[in-house]
Design a protein around this ligand. Structure first.
Ligand SMILES: Nc1ncnc2c1ncn2[C@@H]1O[C@H](COP(=O)(O)OP(=O)(O)OP(=O)(O)O)[C@@H](O)[C@H]1O
Length: 281
C-alpha cells in the first residue's frame, strides 16, 4: 500500500469512526482486525469466470469501517458473485480480497470467514419456523446447528443482555415468544438480521433486504440499517431505489463484473453510463 493510500485510509477511518485516528505504531491483539488503513474490506482486480464468461472482471472496491455502502446494478452485473467471493463460497481466478489490512480472505474457508466476523443475509429468510423468535436468536448466539443442545444451554447474563438489545433493535421485543413461522415477511427478515447481529459481525452483507416488504416495513428497515452503521460496516445490495435514497451515503454501481460508477446517489444517477445500463431514460 502506498503512503498516499495509507493517509487517505486514515482520513476515512476518522470520518466513519467519529474522529478516532489511525495509529500506525500500535500492537494488535492476535487475530484482531487491522483497520489502520481505513478499510475493513478491500478487493483488488478480482476476476472470476464461469465457462469462459467473465462474471467478475477486474473488480476493485473498498469499504471503510462503520460505512454503509449501497451496491446497485443491472441483473447479472456480478453482485451476488461478489458476495460469494467475499464470503468464501466462490473462489476468484485472480485478485486480492482482504478483511482489514492483514486478513487474506482467500486463505480462509466459508465457515472461518463467518467466524472472523463477516455475516451474510441471503434474500430468502431461513429462520426456524416452529421455534420462537427468542429461540431463533438463542440458536444463532450459540452458533449451534443442534437445536436441543443449544436450547438446553444456559445463557450467561451478558448473552441475555445482548439478546434483549438485539430484540429491541429489530423491534421484535413484543413478539419474542411467537413462533417465527407466524411472523410477517418483514419481521422474518428482521429476525434473520437479528440472528446475524447476536454474533456481533464486523461486516454485514445484505442481499436485497427489502424485497417483498411493505412500505412501512421498508421504512423500518432503513431506520434499522442507519442505526447499525458505525458499530458495524454494511454492504447492501438492493434494486429498490427509494430505499437506497433513504440510506445511501456512497453508492457503487456494478456492471459487467466491475465498478461502473461510484459516488453519492445524485452523482451516480446523473451519470450517463449508469442511466444507459441501469436506471433507464
Ligand atoms: N455458478 C455459476 N455458473 C455459471 N454462471 C454463473 C454462476 N454464478 C453466476 N453466474 C453468471 O454470472 C453473472 C453474474 O451473476 P450474479 O448472480 O452475480 O449477478 P447479480 O448482479 O447478482 O444479478 P441479480 O441482480 O439478477 O441478482 C450472470 O450472468 C450469471 O448467470
Amino acid at each position: 500500500m502506498t503512503p498516499e493510500l495509507m493517509e487517505q485510509g486514515s482520513e476515512r477511518l476518522q470520518h466513519f469512526s467519529g474522529g478516532r485516528a489511525a495509529g500506525y505504531g500500535r500492537v494488535l491483539e492476535p487475530g484482531a482486525l487491522d483497520l489502520a488503513h481505513g478499510r475493513i474490506l478491500y478487493l483488488e482486480d478480482v476476476n472470476r469466470s464461469f465457462d469462459g464468461f467473465k462474471a467478475i472482471n477486474g473488480l476493485s472496491l473498498d469499504i471503510a469501517p462503520g460505512e454503509l455502502r449501497c451496491i446497485i446494478g443491472p441483473n447479472g452485473a456480478g453482485k451476488t458473485t461478489m458476495m460469494d467471493i467475499i464470503t468464501g463460497k466462490t473462489r476468484p481466478d485472480a485478485g486480492q480480497v482482504f478483511f482489514g489490512s492483514t486478513i487474506n480472505l482467500l486463505r480462509h474457508s466459508e465457515a472461518e470467514i463467518a467466524q472472523l466476523g463477516i455475516g451474510r443475509k441471503f434474500q430468502k429468510p431461513t429462520v426456524f419456523e416452529p421455534l420462537s423468535v427468542f429461540e431463533n436468536l438463542e440458536l444463532a448466539l450459540q452458533g449451534s446447528r443442534s437445536v436441543p443442545s443449544a436450547l438446553w444451554h444456559k445463557l450467561s447474563g451478558a448473552q441475555r443482555t445482548r439478546l434483549a438489545e438485539v430484540l429491541e433493535l429489530i423491534r421484535l421485543q413484543d413478539e419474542w415468544q411467537r413462533p417465527a413461522g407466524l411472523l410477517s415477511h418483514g419481521q422474518k427478515q428482521w429476525l434473520e438480521i437479528g440472528m446475524l447481529l447476536v454474533q456481533d459481525p464486523k461486516l454485514l452483507l445484505l442481499d436485497e433486504p427489502v424485497a417483498g416488504m411493505t412500505d412501512q416495513e421498508t421504512e423500518r428497515t432503513a431506520e434499522l440499517f442507519l442505526s447499525l452503521k458505525g458499530r458495524h460496516s454494511l454492504m447492501v445490495v438492493e434494486h429498490d431505489m427509494s430505499f437506497i435514497a433513504r440510506i445511501a451515503e456512497t453508492v457503487t454501481v456494478l456492471c459487467d463484473g466491475a465498478v461502473l460508477a461510484q459516488g453519492t446517489l445524485d452523482q451516480v444517477q446523473a451519470d450517463e453510463r449508469v442511466i444507459e445500463v441501469y436506471l433507464g431514460r
